[in-house]
Design a protein around this ligand. Structure first.
Ligand code: ASP
Length: 453
């Protein structure tokens, strides 16, 4: 059995949903279909999830939400008209949204926000199931609560609970119709809707594939394959990656490859389900296979990813290496401010901590500085904003000497100064911190060094 997930651009309108229907009905193994909320139809369009967030925000602040609610309903109406579905389908979607708004608990804004966000996928799955049935194919919408997709209660950032796997296996196996499952959300033990982080329908697909032990998890998006570098930064890139390992995919997704949500790898890895990234618009293209092992050529780099929005905190203190508990105290100061650190490269007398800039307001920065100066008494403390991380990834890096030299030389030749360098313990990636303004230039230089020269 195959689990297929279709992203927002694949459910954006009736033309796209027709492609889903053709893809699913062309292979009898495609039994479970996970769908996102309708995404952008063109560059100027707004995703339904973003409209829902706007709508929820308006409700929470007592502003008028009728216009945005109408815009959401209209996205589904385009699909309903395109397939000649009953008007009733749209009336139900409107009633569903109005019900969510009416039932909100003002003391639980995060829970309400999640209930609204989830409406995008939920109604998408209902309408896609109606389209399949209208075309004479047996298909049913699956409710994640009835199916047993249980989540932690961290609204907006929930995680699947381990017991979900066996519950899902029981409820989804051996069905003689196509099951259309909404991505992105599940239910807490107390029955509240909780969503994964943004892009979380990929996670739902991966969980279902692991639960039913699918032969493959097909993740349909709008590109022919995963490219070794972001085509928006390097438009000349034309050859996709045919095969990569889970580890490579995880590192690249983490560092900015938007094709696949980075947390979505984990359930598939644990259950050893291969992931196939494919294009809804060109289903004949084989896409990228993500597997456990592959033969990596010496020195081969699979991709270069980059992402902005990080801060770097540098501390120097003579004899830091002899001070027991220094690292723990530093991390504790960050922990007290709710800051999760991303990387922590260190030297004998110095250490840097890289974390996300979001939420690191000037007030938080002031408190962190005071706390560090008071408790750790460093010789030097610097906090730099606007750091971009660039990650060079490839299983082949592990075997090959001189890769760091090759990368630093390429950056040096372009006059890019490296603020920080870290070779991950996994030994399949090398990371550089540069100023965000240098990011594009750096990615281009590295792409030329590893893929062209
Ligand atoms: N619709 C959600 C989002 O835009 C989840 C997803 O598409 O995977 O983030």
């Amino acid at each position: 059995m195959k689990v297929c997930k279709f992203g927002g651009s694949s459910v954006a309108d009736d033309i796209q949903i027709q492609k889903i229907f053709d893809i699913v009905s062309s292979d009898p193994d495609r039994k479970i279909v996970v769908v996102s909320a309708p995404g952008k139809r063109d560059k100027t369009d707004t995703k339904v999830t973003d409209l829902l967030i706007e709508c929820a925000g308006r409700c929470l602040t007592d502003r008028d939400h009728t216009e945005v609610l109408d815009a959401i309903v209209e996205r589904y109406a385009v699909i309903q008209r395109g397939f000649g579905l009953d008007d009733e389908v749209i009336a139900e979607i409107r009633a569903d949204l109005e019900g969510r708004i009416a039932n909100r608990d003002p003391s639980n804004a995060a829970g309400f926000m999640d209930a609204m966000k989830a409406a995008g996928e939920d109604n998408s799955a209902r309408i896609v199931a109606a389209v399949f049935r209208k075309k004479g194919v047996a298909a049913e919408y699956v409710n994640p609560k009835a199916a047993g997709l249980l989540m932690s209660d961290d609204f907006g950032n929930a995680q699947v609970l381990p017991e979900s796997y066996s519950l899902l296996e029981q409820s989804l196996s051996n069905r003689n119709y196509i099951q259309i499952f909404p991505g992105f959300f599940g239910y807490t033990r107390s029955g509240a809707v909780a969503t994964f982080p943004r892009g979380g329908s990929d996670i739902t697909g991966s969980i279902l594939a692991a639960a039913v032990k699918a032969s493959v998890y097909e993740n349909f998006t709008d590109v022919d394959a995963v490219y070794p570098v972001d085509p928006r930064l390097v438009p000349e890139v034309s050859v996709g990656i045919p095969e990569m390992t889970y580890r490579e995919m995880r590192e690249l997704s983490y560092a900015g490859f938007g094709v696949f949500q980075d947390e979505a790898i984990i359930p598939a890895v644990r259950a050893a389900i291969p992931i196939n990234i494919r294009n809804t618009n060109r289903p004949e293209a084989p896409g990228t296979m993500v597997v456990h092992h592959r033969r990596a050529r010496q020195g081969s780099v699979v991709g270069i990813a980059s992402s902005t929005g990080f801060c770097t905190l540098y501390i120097d203190k003579y004899m830091m290496n002899r001070e027991v508990g220094f690292g723990r105290k530093l991390l504790q100061i960050l922990e007290e401010e709710g800051i999760s650190y991303e990387h922590m490269p260190s030297g004998i007398d110095n250490v840097s901590v890289v974390f996300r800039e979001e939420g690191f307001t000037p007030e938080v920065e002031g408190r962190v500085r005071d706390h560090i100066m008071r408790d750790l008494q460093p010789d030097n403390l610097q906090i730099e904003r606007g750091t971009a991380l660039i990650m060079i990834v490839g299983e082949g890096l592990y075997y090959t000497p001189g890769m760091a030299a090759h990368a630093t030389l390429a950056l040096f030749r372009e006059g890019i100064s490296i603020d920080m360098m870290n070779q991950g313990s996994s030994e399949i990636s090398m990371m550089f911190g540069v100023q965000s303004s240098q990011r594009e230039k750096a990615v281009k230089a590295l792409y030329h060094a590893f893929f062209k020269d």
